[in-house]
Design a protein around this ligand. Structure first.
Ligand SMILES: [Zn+2]
Length: 268
């Protein structure tokens, strides 16, 4: 988002992307209504699927009312922007529960906060819960956790789904580096979350160790995941139209192109 909405869209089109994920706004920049509507029109014309990723990891599950309330307002603002941008889905992390609290309580507070933000923003765009590296009080590292978050939201938000991140899965202890491991992870996701719950992927290699609970995205081919597990995911026909987003490092002008080429070579 550094170059603004139009630049982000043009970059994606130049790379031949069919889907794009953006943060709802650049830091210190509140977009004008014109910027939002012209982006929304250009995006529809380009037929790109648009995911919007929450910028904050908000304290939606915090026991502290003031922090929670602030997070609800942040989230509601992001959802208002996502609607104005014409997003197809909004990706959000579960955050962490407070030290004096429990997973049970955290799940409840998170769900209540998300529902309040959706109501405040009148947002109708599907929310996707993303798996995280997990560890400690962070919620959503295991697929069981993710299922609990999803179950807590489903009665109020029936179109809730999930976005699976390969690097986070690996750091959480799911070995997606082999075809067998990736398909086992997927089968478990289907069983715990529902067959139609997986609506997007974050396709990242990881430098973090298996089960380390650390976040360290890496270029494809330079991390611990490699090509075998990725190919197994890309080969699944049920995900032929499911967006796969690269969140690999952007440390050079060719970084995105090279990572896309790596994935595209595997999916032919
Ligand atoms: Zn991700």
């Amino acid at each position: 988002m550094r170059g603004g909405y139009a630049t982000a869209l043009n970059e994606a089109l130049a790379l031949g992307c069919k889907s794009l994920q953006i943060l709802p706004y650049a830091r210190h920049h509140a977009p004008s209504a014109e910027e939002l509507s012209s982006f929304s029109a250009a995006r529809s014309a380009a037929k790109l699927q648009l995911l919007v990723h929450s910028r904050f990891v908000p304290s939606l599950a915090s026991s502290d009312f003031v922090r929670r309330d602030r997070s609800i307002k942040h989230l509601a603002n992001e959802l208002i922007l996502t609607t104005a941008l014409g997003g197809d889905a909004f990706v959000i992390h579960g955050g962490a529960y407070s030290p004096d609290s429990s997973l049970d309580e955290g799940v409840k507070l998170f769900a209540r906060s998300v529902i309040m933000a959706v109501e405040q923003s009148s947002c109708r765009i599907p929310l996707l819960l993303e798996n995280v590296p997990g560890g400690g009080r962070r919620m959503g590292g295991s697929l069981e956790d993710l299922a609990r978050l999803q179950d807590a939201l489903k009665p109020s938000l029936p179109n809730i789904g999930v976005c699976l991140d390969t690097a986070h899965a690996y750091a959480a202890g799911y070995d997606c580096s082999s075809a067998e491991g990736a398909l086992k992870f997927l089968a478990r996701a289907h069983r715990l979350l529902g067959f139609d719950a997986v609506r997007a992927f974050h396709l990242n290699d990881s430098r973090a160790l298996l089960g380390s609970h650390r976040e360290h995205h890496e270029h494809w081919g330079k991390g611990r995941l490699g090509s075998e597990g990725l190919k197994a995911l890309l080969d699944r026909e049920e995900f032929a139209r499911t967006p796969g987003i690269l969140e690999t490092p952007k440390d050079g002008p060719d970084a995105d192109r090279l990572n896309l080429e790596f994935a595209r070579r595997l999916s032919v």
